[in-house]
Design a protein around this ligand. Structure first.
Ligand SMILES: O=C(CO)[C@H](O)[C@H](O)COP(=O)(O)O
Length: 255
């Protein structure tokens, strides 16, 4: 039997509890076992619980025949592993380019459900998957909810995936043409010296624009710079956000 959320023993870590609650509720309320077939699985620490919940449904004889038919599309190496570790069927965007639904985390969510993503470095593939999903659902903990504008809670800057040879010129363009306070190449913190390399062998730049009142325009402006593959501003594609709160409740915000 799939355990009821209310019956689960609380996790000792409040943040993990918030992430798990948000993710489990998002799956319980949004998966249509009759009609969904192609499911996007994003990246990060909250999505771990999305895959875990699907794995629980797979083990339940009432849902097993349906869930074993689900085809899961990852947004990077980590989510590939999550899909496999939970016994789910793995495929890719080349074989299935239209998804019924996709679940992912976020670094910050504004009042209008615009997002900053890419803090975990899976930017381009996350955008490819979410843009091709009929429904895109965000799972996040309470730290991700912006009081109003993006750039308030997430102060590391907007992640931008770039062609490696273009990183210097893109950093200059971000500062000189688009007014970024600072644009820096993301470096590995331990484990390896040098830049973070994405699953597509690109680099990530973090560009600090302060608070962002018009993320749509900023996204368009950044996209026009030569060498930019994709921006971490996810515009007009999240349908719902599940925020796990500190008190154990889950807040649903939808468009
Ligand atoms: O965009 C992402 C990775 O590039 C993640 O979805 C985002 O960083 C959220 O991660 P977490 O659930 O660990 O807070």
């Amino acid at each position: 039997m799939v355990p009821e959320i209310s019956q689960l023993p609380r996790l000792s870590d409040q943040l993990e509890e918030a992430k798990r609650k948000a993710a489990y509720r998002a799956i319980d309320e949004n998966i249509d076992f009759e009609n969904h077939k192609i499911i996007g699985i994003g990246s990060g620490s909250t999505v771990v619980y999305v895959a875990e919940r699907l794995g629980q449904y797979l083990k339940d004889e009432k849902y097993a025949s349906k869930v074993s038919q689900f085809i899961c599309i990852p947004t990077g190496f980590q989510s590939k592993k999550l899909i496999l570790d939970n016994g789910l069927q793995l495929s890719n965007m080349e074989l299935y380019s239209q998804l019924d639904i996709a679940f992912d985390g976020a670094d910050e969510v504004d009042y209008n459900l615009q997002l900053i993503k890419g803090g975990g470095g899976c930017l381009f593939q996350e955008k490819l998957v979410s843009s091709n999903a009929k429904k895109f659902i965000i799972v996040a903990d309470y730290r991700k909810k912006s009081p109003k504008y993006l750039g308030t809670n997430w102060v590391q800057g907007v992640p931008i995936e770039v062609v490696p040879s273009a990183y210097v010129s893109v950093c200059k363009d971000l500062e000189n043409k688009l007014g970024a306070k600072k644009a820096v190449l993301r470096e590995c913190k331990g484990g390896k010296a040098g830049p973070v390399v994405t699953d597509n062998n690109n680099f990530i730049i973090d560009a600090d624009f302060g608070t962002i009142e018009d993320p749509k325009q900023l996204h368009k402006d950044i996209k026009l710079l030569v060498g930019v593959i994709e921006t971490g501003l996810f515009i007009d594609n999240a349908a719902k956000v599940y925020f796990g709160n500190e008190d154990g409740s889950v807040e649903l915000v939808s468009k």
